[in-house]
Design a protein around this ligand. Sequence first.
Ligand code: CP
Ligand code: NVA
Length: 332
Amino acid sequence: MNLKGRNFLKLLDFSSEEIRYLLDLSKDFKEKKKNHVKHEYLKGKNIVLLFEKTSTRTRCAFEVASHDLGMGVTYLEPGSSQMGKKESIEDTAKVLGRMYDGIEYRGFAQSNVEILAKNAGVPVWNGLTTEFHPTQMLADLMTIEENFGYLKGLNLVFCGDGHNNVANSLMVACAKMGLNFTLAAPESLRPDADLVAICENIAEGNSAKVTFTDDIMEATKNADVIYTDVWVSMGEADEVWQERIELLQKFQVNSKVFANANPNAIFLHCLPSFHNLDTTIGKDIYQKFGLKEMEVTDEVFKSSKSKVFDEAENRMHTIKAVMYATLGENNE
Ligand code: CP
Ligand code: NVA
């Protein structure tokens, strides 16, 4: 398998075999890390992290993975570069591509990361756009596989805002790897019809199904993985909260929903999550709307079914695999 020089912009660009390769590589890197086996395979290279939105996991995963691989890292925080205001994305890509061996981008439109990739001349990795969050998917698949030992045929149910980056990407990831994807969401919050058609086609080729329903109990019957995400994503207006709360309250992941799933079902969430009042936004929503928990209850979040912190850790191992595979010294 040779992914050297490739961008990592969305999972749709990768075959099931290539995704399998990246997952195996991630597992290998996780083993090395746990056993304190040095793996500075990319010594002498430098990468830049271009963030237009905030982050904990993605930024830290890229930084730690880069250090472990022996690379230098520059972090450009939201609003701190010339990009957008004084310099086009195309020009920024051309400049950064002259200095760095790889570029991570987190921001708004998917078209932005595509323009970066077209003009940089070095691999570009998507660290989240409005439409997709592909590095998250590798960590999710890795975590699912760690718990079940396989992926094909498992039932993954996403509850909540079905048209955000994570829901879109999960639908693609499941289709590619042969998991059945069910979305429990209101009809107005489903993924784009074109993307659905593409995923249904891929899923069929992998003997999997894509299903939509607005009945969370129906959706979670026989679920192996129950996944949710915030009801309002980064970049959306604060005014959206009221409507989302009204639409999504009945899609909250709680113990009743979990009791309905398979006995060994696990809970995943890309994080950050509103499961208590320990955040500024959490408190603000409580004051305005009286909700103490949102997309998932504190009980489910903290239960033994919840694998969210394994999932968060796996961001680092999988991002390391993506960087190594696309920049790798000895896989030419
Ligand atoms: N899941 C995820 O992407 O987290 P951050 O926003 O903290 O990077
Ligand atoms: N849908 C969320 C994911 C955060 C990792 C957002 O875009 O804010």
